[in-house]
Design a protein around this ligand. Structure first.
Ligand SMILES: NC(=O)c1ccc[n+]([C@@H]2O[C@H](COP(=O)([O-])OP(=O)(O)OC[C@H]3O[C@@H](n4cnc5c(N)ncnc54)[C@H](O)[C@@H]3O)[C@@H](O)[C@H]2O)c1
Length: 387
């Protein structure tokens, strides 16, 4: 076991020396320079340190190779960014057996080394998934889903839209090589501001718009259902409702459709969720919009719920479920929105990304709020230079 760790650490140190993050992206000669800790063929090529006792003889005595292993998963997921959110996404995907092949890319080799060792020690509990990590995008090759969590997170006093400049630049650098390595992948954008960055990712990628999905209001919808359920004292799964629009302050809770067992809240309280609502359901929706920053204030970051919500969308893509979720997609032409931008609307999600956008019956007031969301995003987006 100790030798295995030594070998792993050694490989990682080689990796950090040889694989420069941005350097290798454009350097064709180095393009395929990447190591897979489980790939015996690669490890053979690497010079061993003097203290390393090779287990090769034992391996050759023990294992009689009759064919090459075919383990390049049909369900490969790449996660870009090994921060709090990236690791939460990887955990949610691996713990729920959504994928058996996860690749993680981040510019910091030490962080990758630590995460890699941690996953290596976990593999026995996870049905032996294949987990790769590198600073080089080549490990993302042939992914079915690419989850983008790279980027700065919000600081105190910063709203999601303040992040736009920093994270747009990151997106411009990482999307082209990722598309080159996985031209058929569906891209799931999680980094904030997610609606703007999904649009940027689409523009930069040159992919069909349906193959870029923003995690959007899927998480807000979960928070909305959860908070209503808590107030009613029932399961969140039994509360049906949606949040659409911006994943941010201007999001739109669709009170007109909230129901339990088909009983619409609006049939009980006509003004439910509006300013006039004397039961204060409107405050609950405000808490949903602030939930991310509340969690961040309390624990320093938010990751578990977003990781699970991204894994949920990843499952839909890999299993082609055509499940309906409120995710960020191109909304031009929907509900009379004429700007070219991404916002959350309920969509079916499958192997080729977004399939259908549900034509919702929403009230005039909700439509007005959705248009306000579009204006908020448009005001930020119009200052972005893509070239
Ligand atoms: N959509 C949502 O619901 C939601 C919820 C929470 C956080 N987020 C967003 O997710 C993003 C990540 O948050 P976090 O808490 O993990 O931040 P973090 O600082 O913990 O991690 C960010 C990671 O991105 C990596 N990174 C930076 N530049 C990179 C690049 N060019 N290529 C690859 N990796 C790169 C960093 O090394 C770091 O490991 C932020 O934008 C945050 O706002 C979104």
């Amino acid at each position: 076991m100790r030798q295995k760790f030594t070998h792993l650490a050694y490989l990682t140190s080689r990796l950090s020396k040889q694989s420069q993050y941005y350097g290798t992206l454009t350097n064709k000669a180095n393009k395929f320079l990447c190591y897979n800790y489980q790939n015996v063929e690669h490890t053979k090529k690497i010079e061993r340190p003097a203290s390393f006792e090779s287990p090769a003889c034992l391996r050759e005595e023990l294992l009689c190779k009759v064919a090459d292993p075919a383990r390049n998963g049909i369900d490969k997921v790449t996660i870009v960014g090994a921060g709090m959110v990236g690791v939460a996404c990887a955990n949610a995907i691996l713990f729920q057996r959504i994928s058996s092949h996860v690749a993680i890319v981040d510019p910091f080799p030490k962080k990758l080394e630590g995460e890699g060792m941690d996953y290596c020690h976990s593999s026995v509990f996870l049905d032996d998934p294949r987990i790769e990590f590198d600073t080089n995008f080549c490990i993302s090759k042939d992914s079915k889903v690419v989850v983008i969590t790279a980027g700065a997170r919000q600081k105190e006093g910063e709203n999601r839209l303040d992040l736009v400049k920093k994270n747009t630049n990151i997106m411009r650098n990482i999307i082209p090589p990722l598309v080159e390595y996985s031209p058929d992948a569906v891209f799931l954008i999680v980094s904030n501001p997610v609606d703007v960055l999904s649009w940027v990712a689409w523009k930069v990628s040159g992919l069909p718009v349906t193959r870029i999905i923003g995690a959007g209001c899927h998480l807000d919808t979960a928070r909305f259902r959860c908070m209503i359920a808590k107030r009613l004292g029932i399961s969140a799964k039994s509360v049906h409702g949606l949040v659409i629009g911006e994943h941010g302050d201007s999001q739109v809770p669709l009170w007109s459709g909230v129901n339990v067992a088909g009983v619409l809240f609006r049939d009980i309280i006509p003004h439910v969720g509006l300013e006039l609502d004397e039961e204060g359901w409107n405050d609950l929706a405000k808490s949903v919009a602030k939930a991310g920053s509340t969690v961040r204030c309390l624990k320093g970051y938010s990751n578990t719920a977003v990781g699970l919500s991204a894994a949920d969308i990843t499952r839909d893509i890999i299993r082609n479920t055509l499940s309906v979720k409120s995710v960020s997609t191109s909304v031009q032409g929907h509900h009379n929105i004429c700007q070219d931008l991404f916002l959350s609307l309920p969509c079916t999600i499958g192997a080729s990304g977004v399939g259908q956008v549900i034509r919702m019956r929403i009230t005039e007031y909700e439509k007005k709020l959705l248009h306000n969301s579009a204006d908020v995003i448009h005001n930020v987006q119009k200052n972005i230079e893509l070239s």
